[in-house]
Design a protein around this ligand. Structure first.
Ligand code: 13P
Length: 251
């Protein structure tokens, strides 16, 4: 059985005081949730504040990025080791916004995944096709390339510790969600890819999240799909009420 994971990606939003208030609002309302893992990813500068605000709650904290080295002469970067030290348990890696805006490649993303694993953090590896790629029937090829590229040379035991987030680029921040069937088809394909890179048991245990305009009114249908094990939520994770409703998706 895969335990669902609902993760909030706060992206470049929220000041320190706003982050503290959002985290406190979630802690107040989600303290008794035990059947779903919950995680939020604030901006770097708010990580310590949010970790403090979530003390004693079941909500974990993730970073939105990391550098693929633990320490050294890398001005301006933050390593998995330091994120772990700051109280993070996971890192979002290879988000499409970073692939597009900062030209992150599969090679760099794979290095980040490994560095996270070395620091004992859970990598949340983001993959997803653009609308153009989907319309050109390149979706499966793109997903295969991103899964393989992100996980290349990892042992099955390492792959077991990775969470995958399927986020079709055309559904991010657009209000257009993949249909339940579109998402399920992609997730099933991704699980098959994981099996090819590890084995049946590890693929069956791997959590694959859906991301892209997940909202209170569409989460139930998405999470009811066989291969959808949770959600990576952007906009709706910034509102206490919406995120709570998403965590309480229909079981
Ligand atoms: P939205 O939920 O705002 O579409 O963002 C999804 C996302 O990019 C999460 O990482």
């Amino acid at each position: 059985m895969r335990k669902p994971l609902i993760a909030g990606n706060w992206k470049l939003h929220k000041t320190l005081s706003e982050s503290r208030a959002l985290a406190a609002g979630l802690a107040d309302n989600l303290s008794d949730v035990t059947d779903v893992d919950i995680l939020v990813a604030p901006v770097f500068t708010a990580i310590s504040t949010v970790v403090d605000a979530l003390q004693g709650s079941p909500i974990a904290v993730a970073a939105q990025n990391c550098y693929p080295q633990q320490t050294g002469a890398y001005t301006g970067e933050v390593s998995p080791l330091l994120l772990q030290d700051a109280g993070c348990s996971a890192v979002i890696i290879g988000h499409s916004e970073r692939r597009q805006l900062l030209n992150e490649t599969n090679t760099l993303i794979n290095q980040k995944v490994r560095t996270c694993l070395d620091a004992g953090l859970t990598p949340i590896l983001c993959i997803g096709e653009t609308l153009e790629q989907r319309n050109n029937d390149e979706m499966l090829e793109v997903l295969a390339d991103q899964v393989t590229g992100g996980l290349i040379d990892l042992t099955p035991e390492q792959i077991q510790r990775v969470v995958i987030a399927y986020e079709p680029v055309w559904a991010i921040g657009t209000g257009v969600t993949a249909t339940d069937d579109q998402a399920q088809d992609a997730h099933s394909f991704i699980r098959g890819m994981i099996q090819g890179l590890s084995n049946q048991e590890i693929a069956a245990g791997c959590r694959i999240l859906y991301g892209g305009s997940v909202k209170p009114d569409n989460v139930d249908g998405l999470l009811a799909q066989d291969d959808i094990d949770g959600a990576l939520v952007g906009g709706a994770s910034l509102k206490v009420e919406d995120f709570i409703r998403i965590v309480h998706f229909k079981r």
